[in-house]
Design a protein around this ligand. Structure first.
Ligand code: HEM
Length: 535
């Protein structure tokens, strides 16, 4: 009896083992099969451009061209070099994701303007969320959602509305002058640090309506936290690499990160969250506060108010046309719209001011021309400088355009959202295109006869090809903040030039500005210079 029960037990055990083995075996085989299939797909991807008759630089399995670009830390300059070898339109691989690169203006005109509705998205990068994520902002929104968001936000960036932010912008520029008077006279200063704080000050004041003393207080928590967001774009982490090398899993990686931060935010102080989540948390708080308390007393409007007012106005709008897109922003989109003011408006503007300072130091004649134009308008009365009066400074306008031509902030990109043909090339959903802006901005045919390598603002007086100047992008999806940025640049530069002479420091060489590129191109070592107070 004992014997037979034991035998029965052993037999069942054996059956179970075989059963488990079977399951493990099937699981193992399936995993191996799927991995081989995925590796095969990756391998097949690398033939993408050859199959379409385009050149591409040699790439590494799995990494594509990403490692060489990361090593160089400068995508724009890499494109510029590749274009010399591979021509006006070619391809490269981000991981195994094929991306076209072009500096062909007809091609760009077709994609960015004529067929913009077929390319109604930007190329995904790093940790971009899913297209339908509720937190998507204008920069990464796609198709009709982008259209709806842009329709609500467009009026908030009109000249009339921006005038309401004018006093805040002017007072931030006055603080910049004050701080430089105290800290920057006749000693070496890295002007980039001051431009960053000035721009951040303008954003927190103009966009969020709070004054956090960023220009005066060196150890400012808001400054460090906001800066951290930009550092995380330039110095990537494991998740970013994974999302770049295995783009099919990007959405899952991002969902995982969002979920972890959400769970963490229940248990830990918001200050300890990753910087971008910290910013969202702050913005949400500020919007809630504003909704509870209404507009700020004794103050001109800030961007929170402009956006909330525009949203409310559109929501109350009655329409009889069934086909008209209803204009509104969801709660999440309002928060994202405000965060974007910082994400899109900070480094772009502060870097342009830093680059402009480099030009002022290295081109004393340009500096003198600007000084003469500004003082002939305002004398030394700083109170006359505002966003309306600076529009009369024609040479300053040409100067800023030339700074942006010579030092564009980066590349511009689109992603196909409807299958289509452009110049005989078939584009499928999610095919991506990047523009080699440097090759266009330095093209002799487009920008001659004066050598495009020379800094020459007057070249902008001549009529050029409508998309030869791409500093603010092209087509309906160009930079929505352009007017605000130009106002800010003009006000700051006019005030700086009335107050200071920009001189070289004798400790550094001014041969060339070296850039590294995260989301935008940033001068690696800032710009060290000497300021001399003008009488
Ligand atoms: C010198 C400063 C700036 C430069 C050079 C600049 C440049 C650009 C460029 C090149 C684009 C991409 C355009 C395209 O893809 O065609 C862009 C988009 C954008 N910029 Fe700016 N920008 C600047 C300042 C600002 C500021 C201050 C804000 C906000 C206050 C801003 C908000 C945006 C937004 C929201 C987009 C996305 C627009 C959309 O997709 O509809 N930018 N910018």
């Amino acid at each position: 009896m004992n014997f037979s029960t034991n035998t029965l037990f052993h037999l069942e055990d054996l059956k179970q083992i075989l059963n488990d083995l079977d399951k493990r075996f099937i699981l193992g085989i399936t995993t191996l099969g799927l991995s081989l299939f995925y590796l095969g797909k990756i391998w097949h991807s690398y033939g993408y451009f050859k199959r379409r008759g385009f050149n591409n630089p040699k790439s590494e399995f799995l990494f594509g061209n990403v490692r060489s670009v990361f090593k160089k830390k400068n995508l724009s300059e890499q494109f510029y070099e590749w274009t010399k070898t591979y021509g006006k339109t070619y391809g490269y691989f981000e991981g195994h994701l094929p991306v076209y690169v072009t500096s062909d203006l007809d091609f760009i005109q077709e994609i960015f303007i004529k067929q913009s509705s077929n390319f109604a998205a930007r190329k995904k990068i790093h940790l971009n969320p899913r297209d339908n994520d509720p937190r998507v902002d204008l920069l990464i929104a796609t198709k009709s959602r982008w259209k709806r968001m842009r329709m609500v936000m467009n009026p908030t960036f009109s000249s009339l509305k921006l005038r309401e932010l004018d006093p805040i912008l002017v007072s931030c520029a006055d603080r910049l002058i004050d701080v430089l008077n105290k800290e920057g006279i006749e000693c070496d200063v890295d002007i980039a640090q001051y431009m960053k704080r000035f721009t951040m000050d303008s954003i927190w004041n103009c966009a969020f309506g709070i004054d956090i003393n960023i220009q005066y207080e060196k150890e400012n928590e808001y400054f460090y936290k906001s800066e951290e967001i930009f550092r995380s774009f330039a110095h990537l982490n494991l998740f970013t690499y994974l999302a770049d090398y295995f783009h099919e899993f990007r959405a899952i990686i991002v969902d995982f990160l969002i979920l972890t931060q959400r769970v963490l935010s229940i248990f830990i102080d918001s200050n300890k969250l990753q910087a971008v989540f910290w910013l969202r948390y702050k913005v949400r708080e500020l919007v809630e506060l504003r909704k509870r308390n209404g507009p700020l007393a004794n103050r001109k409007k800030d961007y929170i108010q402009l956006l909330l007012d525009a949203n409310e106005q559109f929501q109350n709008e009655k329409t009889t046309d069934q086909n008209e897109i209803k204009k509104y922003l969801t709660q999440d989109e309002v928060h994202s719209g405000l965060m974007l003011f910082m994400l899109a408006g900070y480094e772009t503007t502060s870097n342009t001011l830093t680059n402009a300072s480099f030009v002022l130091v290295t081109h004393p004649k340009e500096q003198m021309k600007l000084y003469e134009e500004i003082t002939s308008h305002f004398g030394s009365d700083l109170s006359l400088v505002n966003s309306e009066s600076v529009q009369d400074l024609e040479y300053l306008d040409l100067f800023i355009k030339e700074v942006l031509r010579v030092y564009p902030i980066g590349t511009i990109v689109r992603r196909c959202t409807n299958p289509t043909q452009v110049k005989g090339i078939s584009f499928g959903i999610d095919d991506s295109i990047a523009v080699d802006v440097l090759s266009i901005h330095y093209d002799e045919e487009l920008w001659g006869p004066v050598d495009p390598n020379l800094f020459y603002p007057l070249r902008h007086k001549e009529k050029r090809h409508p998309i030869a100047f791409l500093a603010f992008g092209a087509g309906p999806r160009n930079c929505i903040g352009m007017k605000f940025a130009i106002n800010e640049l003009k006000i700051a530069l006019a005030k700086l030039l009335i107050n200071f002479e920009f001189l070289k420091s004798d400790k550094i060489s001014y041969e060339k500005l070296e850039f590294e590129e995260g989301i935008v191109r940033t001068a690696v070592n800032g710009v060290t210079l000497n300021l001399k107070k003008r009488n």
